[in-house]
Structure formats: structure tokens, C-alpha cells
Design a protein around this ligand. Structure first.
Ligand SMILES: [Zn+2]
Length: 51
């Protein structure tokens, strides 16, 4: 999947190719998009919502 996330290293929005993962946050499963910045390779996360 492709999503628009925010890279903290580039300090800008980047288009990221990644995958959807489900992670538990404080006991609640949530959907995230996870990928790597195409410019610097830093991990970029985006919250998609409840699982
Ligand atoms: Zn970056």
C-alpha cells in the first residue's frame, strides 16, 4: 500500500510505500501504516484507526 506520512527526519510529508500492521496500544488494537521514508529511510508510521 502507499500512504502519505510525516517523516520526522525530513520534517515534511512524504509518500511512503509500506504495509498495514496491527499494534496494540495501551491494550487497544489499532491499525497503523508502516513504511520507510524514500529520502532518508527513516521509519514512518501513520495511524489508520481502530482495528
Ligand atoms: Zn525522511
Amino acid at each position: 500500500m502507499e500512504f502519505e506520512g510525516y517523516c520526522v527526519k525530513c520534517r515534511s510529508k512524504v509518500k511512503v510505500r509500506g504495509e498495514e500492521v496491527i499494534k496494540e496500544v495501551k491494550g487497544t488494537p489499532r491499525r497503523f501504516a508502516k513504511g520507510n521514508c524514500p529520502h532518508c529511510g527513516t521509519a514512518v508510521w501513520k495511524v489508520l484507526g481502530k482495528a
